[in-house]
Design a protein around this ligand. Structure first.
Ligand code: UD1
Ligand code: MG
Length: 496
């Protein structure tokens, strides 16, 4: 007889993802978000392992993937299901993990020291409602998507035990799914415990399981640690359930990349590539032109308007918005920026925390720091650095300048090599350049200083007093010519 709380299905053939529910997955997903019966779902995320294979001081689930911690990705998938509660099991570096995720919707269970994934689930049980169902996620399986979790959730809500599996050409390192001749799941064998024949099995366990809470509690309570690693494996509950005659449902993720577990830096790099490719494909789908979808990195979120073009090897970080017809040249770094329509960012440009207007032209080799706003039609050229500044519409700084703590008006021409001397060694001071000022090359503006509207600064001038509007300002300098002067010559080297 099946135990209370778990249903015996009419036959033991495994249910595949597509057969669960009468609807396509996307419809099921929408329904799941609003269905009142689903409130009993509880999600447990396992994140207490030592992560030894990462060979790092940082807790494994804090390692960044696409610029965000592994655990942040898993939490995105978990939250999309709107569970009644999310319990994260932490141990090694648990304080650090909790500090990184201060959100109030999370509950924390402590597993210290860690004795395996089954032991980890045990630590979460006191926080769970035994009447509800439980979805167990691994904190190191970050690419999982909510739609792929729905079949498991439905199976658990229907009183069944469900596991997520994937068939791989080479499943080395993962737990393998052992089935009987009829195709029913019998058990999961960990790679380290598997026989040579079992290691040839291509179907692996992704680390994601769902079951009624009461059944799961009973099974994990009966686990032993008689195995290669001396751990209480969560995966051993499958053999227990099968021995009780419980039918075990299996579902595959929608995309193969979703199964990728991160145990080592090599697997982290592999998951990063898979994520980046998926993000690039999504951009292509939305009509963005990518010179090479294999050579773009998005470490955060990137929103693009229509007809955006992105050349190779640009790294986007934080939240970046590109307006219609923006063009990004090769090898740029762009973080937390909003870039207006028709703006061109030339190669090797570094922009961080910048609001850029429409029709601007930035770079190549420009460096614009946070707290900077460039109005429409601004041009920032080669080797120009801008920091904490506002630059008005139509103004240009095309060559070799440093503009820091400045407010620059409209249609200003900043000559090559202008430097705002904004730092007195202790404090920063502002420079104000009013509309239509023209500065010659190699000028220095010693802040605090204001250049009045329409003034012209002669080349090579050092300004340390406010300049009135209009007119020309220049420093007195005398040019000397000494025709008799001879350039020094090197003394010949003596042989020793
Ligand atoms: C686990 C599965 C394996 C599956 C693979 C998928 C077990 C025994 N094995 O192996 O079948 O193919 O995931 O990626 O479950 N953790 C704890 N406490 C512990 C041990 C681990 O919370 O005591 C956490 C880890 O932080 C990690 C997750 O559980 O997030 C999985 O642990 P890990 O050691 O990575 O197991 P795998 O060898 O990947
Ligand atoms: Mg793992």
């Amino acid at each position: 007889m099946p135990p209370p709380g778990i249903q015996r299905m009419p036959d033991c053939s495994a249910i595949e993802a597509g057969e669960i529910g009468a609807f396509g997955l996307s419809f099921v997903f929408r329904a799941a978000l609003t269905h009142p019966d689903f409130v009993s779902l509880q999600i447990v995320i396992l994140a207490a392992g030592l992560g030894k294979r990462m060979r790092s001081e940082l807790p494994k689930v804090l390692h960044p993937l696409g610029g965000r911690p592994l655990l942040a990705h898993v939490l995105d998938a978990a939250r999309a299901l709107r569970p009644a509660r999310i319990v994260v099991v932490v141990g090694h570096g648990g304080g650090q993990v909790r500090a990184a995720f201060p959100q109030p919707d999370l509950q924390w269970a402590i597993q210290d020291p860690p004795h395996g994934t089954g032991h980890a689930v045990q630590q979460a049980l006191p926080l769970l409602d035994p009447e509800g169902s439980v979805l167990v996620l691994n904190g190191d399986v970050p690419l999982i998507q909510p739609a792929s979790l729905l079949p498991l959730r439905e199976a658990a809500d229907a009183g069944r035990l469900a596991i997520q599996t994937q068939v791989l050409v080479d499943a080395t390192g993962y737990g393998r799914i052992v089935r009987d001749v009829a195709g029913c799941v019998l058990r999961i064998v960990e790679h380290k415990d598997a026989s040579a024949d079992e290691r040839k099995i291509g179907e692996m366990y992704t680390g994601i399981m769902a079951a009624p809470a009461a059944s799961l509690a009973r099974w994990v309570g009966a686990l032993s640690n008689h195995n290669e690693q001396g751990e209480y494996y969560l995966t051993d509950v499958i053999a227990m359930a099968a021995a009780e005659g419980v039918d075990i449902a299996t579902a595959h993720p929608a995309h193969q990349r979703e199964m990728k577990g991160v145990n080592s830096k090599a697997q982290l790099a592999d998951a990063e590539r898979a994520l980046q490719r998926a993000l690039a494909d999504a951009l292509l789908e939305r009509g963005v032109t990518l010179a090479d979808p294999a050579r773009i990195d998005i470490r955060g979120t990137l929103d693009c308007g229509r007809d955006v073009t992105i050349d190779i090897n640009t790294v986007f970080g934080g939240h970046v918005e590109l307006g219609n017809r923006v063009t990004i040249g090769a090898h740029c770094v762009i973080r937390d920026c909003r870039i207006g329509e028709d703006t061109v960012v030339q190669p090797f440009t570094h922009l961080e925390g910048v609001i850029v207007g429409a029709h601007c032209d930035l770079g190549p080799f420009a460096h614009v720091h946070p707290d900077t706003e460039l109005a429409d039609g601004v041009e920032i050229g080669n080797f120009v650095e801008v920091k904490r500044s506002r630059i008005g519409a139509g103004s240009k700084a095309k060559h070799l300048s440093y503009i820091g703590d400045a407010t620059i008006g409209r249609n200003v021409n900043v000559g090559a090599g202008l430097i705002t001397c904004n730092y007195d060694g202790a404090n920063k001071h502002r420079t104000v350049i009013e509309d239509e000022v023209h500065t010659g090359s190699a000028t220095q503006l010693v802040a605090p200083v204001t250049i009045g509207k329409g003034a012209t600064i002669a080349a090579g001038t050092t300004i340390w007093k406010d300049v009135p509007p209009g007119g020309l300002v220049a420093n007195e300098k005398r040019q000397q010519t000494r025709p008799e002067w001879k350039r020094p010559v090197k003394k010949p080297k003596r042989n020793t």
